[in-house]
Design a protein around this ligand. Structure first.
Ligand code: NAG
Ligand code: NAG
Length: 505
């Protein structure tokens, strides 16, 4: 049991990863669809009459003629978190009372022209509040927050040039919830809800119709995003048939992600036992490296045979568990932080990524929940352990996500795969293995490219190569959460990607 919990703590970040799930105060989500704030506080309107600009800080419940079963509840939060942009917070009912929470910030540049971005965190089970308040969002939470105003604007926020929504998904993650007991435990079911969300979002907020869309995220987001993007892309045919504007999907951005578990498993020995730029010495000692060499061979043999060549769930599960304990978690042998190999503390220990404790505390403050329009008494947790367990149980990790990356590239959807170079869990060595290995039309030309220095303001910030819509970027002095460790450099590559379609040229 201890091993199980320890494993869960890995991709499933962070501060609360060791906590057992708790049953929060009962929240009557059914009542939300009516109105839990009293009629005077709520504007009921057909979505076609609504633009975002007309949404006030009263609650609006929007019903679109095209999606009569899907209510959107949204309120303005303008002035909070980002004083320089309009913002909104709300829930979108993707069907049967499955309410996905989003926080939306307009671009600080040109909201009526700039592209739309989605950001999700990984886990599975991590709330996108981690990205919003800890990495790339418009504000950071002050240490020991006491009121809704305990935030500081982030000058490197990704809404500098994009309209961005942070989505808590799948249901049961963060503020997202299903009030009829539905659960989601694999990427394909999650994709159905995300496609519904994106379609209804663009349908409801008319001023965004047809706007460029970029899907971004990190960690297990590298499993989610290629599948989500493919589902969004394929669903466009039905939108066109129905005479609607298709979703203008342009690109996918994956930060220290997991599109290929097997390459990552292969990489840990190389990451741990060879000299790595930015890390003194090797992460593991000689005895550990010799053990890891044997464990890696065994892990890859079992998973290749039972997960990859043929999917045999019982044997695949045995192999997967072996790999997680004996290979994936090897950074624990050296008490090295799995998200930053320069650190010797483990997530969940006091003072290790305490920023996540502050975010969780902030989102449980009553005046914050009131500002965001969260039902009274909601117990917010940044990590939904039960969601992580469901995905693990379904062996969702073992899927061939790189095949979706290939199909997206064939269709002209660009892919940026970026990696902080001192991350362990989804390290840059494993990224380089999969990105050169997977099969697509541009493979030979991409592989022929060499990584070139990438600089920001004349200072070397990493390495980059690209071909045919695919870009691979390594970022120096950054761990698993690149925009947290290198906010200015992350803002720089985002601007290059959105404005030029490549990084560094
Ligand atoms: C937060 O700031 C707003 C705007 O300045 C102010 O009206 C409000 O009273 C403040 N709230 C708290 C709890 O300090
Ligand atoms: C590596 O060692 C040097 C010299 O002791 C030190 O200055 C530097 O901070 C160390 N770097 C890391 C990443 O630990």
């Amino acid at each position: 049991m201890r091993a199980q919990l320890a494993l869960l703590a890995l991709l499933l970040p962070l501060a609360s990863a060791f906590r057992l799930p708790t049953v929060g105060d009962a929240v009557d989500f059914a009542s939300l669809l009516v109105d839990d704030r009293g009629a005077a506080d709520t504007v009921l309107a057909p979505a076609s009459d609504i633009t975002l600009a007309s949404v006030t800080d009263e609650y609006h419940v929007l019903v679109s003629a095209a999606h009569p079963r899907h209510k959107v509840r949204v309120k303005s939060t303008t002035g909070w978190c980002d004083p320089s942009a309009r913002s909104y917070s709300g829930y979108l009912d993707v069907g049967g009372g499955k309410e996905l929470y989003f926080a939306y910030f307009e671009s600080r540049r040109a909201p009526s022209k700039d592209p739309v971005m989605m950001w999700i965190n990984g886990g599975p089970g991590s709330s996108s509040a981690m990205g919003l308040y800890g990495e790339l969002g418009p504000c950071r939470i002050n240490p020991g927050p006491k009121t809704v105003n305990d935030t500081t604007p982030n000058p490197h926020s990704w809404n500098n040039e994009a309209n961005i929504f942070f989505l808590d998904q799948p249901i049961d993650v963060g503020f997202s919830h299903a009030h009829n007991g539905q659960v989601v435990g694999n990427v394909h079911d999650a994709a159905k809800d995300v496609v519904a969300f994106i379609q209804i979002f663009f349908d409801t907020f008319k001023e965004l119709e047809g706007r460029e869309l970029h899907l971004s995220g990190e960690s297990y987001g590298g499993r989610y995003l290629p599948v989500f993007a493919s589902a969004v892309y394929d669903a466009n045919a039905a939108l066109v048939d129905a005479g609607k504007t298709p979703i203008n999907l342009q690109s996918v951005l994956i930060g220290n992600g997991l599109p290929d578990l097997y390459s990552m498993l292969e990489s840990f020995r190389l990451m741990g036992c060879q000299q790595q730029e930015g890390i003194n010495g090797t992460i593991l000692n000689i005895d550990q490296c010799i053990a890891l060499r044997a464990n890696t061979a065994k892990c890859l043999e079992i998973t290749t045979k039972h997960c990859l060549d043929r999917f045999e769930p019982v044997d695949c599960a045995i192999g997967f568990d072996y790999c997680m304990i004996e290979v994936f978690s090897a950074s624990r042998w050296a008490h090295v932080n799995p998200y930053d190999a320069r650190l010797h503390c483990f997530p969940g220990e006091p003072g290790c990524y305490s920023v996540f404790d502050d975010i969780e505390a902030y989102l449980n403050l009553p005046d914050v929940q009131h500002k965001l329009g969260i039902p009274k008494g909601y117990k917010y947790e940044m990590t939904a352990i039960d969601v992580g367990e469901r995905f693990r149980g379904a062996l969702d990790w073992t899927g061939k996500t790189w095949e979706y990356v290939a199909e997206l590239l064939e269709r002209g959807v660009r892919v940026l795969n970026y990696a902080g170079m001192v991350d362990w869990v989804c390290n840059h060595v494993g990224q380089e293995i999969w990105i050169d290995k997977f099969d697509w039309t541009g493979k030979a030309a991409f592989n022929a490219e060499k990584l070139a220095d990438w600089s920001v303001d004349g200072k070397k910030a990493g390495y980059v190569k690209s071909h045919g819509g695919l870009t691979f970027l390594k970022i120096l002095d950054a761990g698993h959460m690149v925009p947290m460790d290198q906010p200015a450099n992350a803002a720089a590559f985002l601007k290059q990607w959105l404005d030029n379609g490549v990084v560094g040229k």
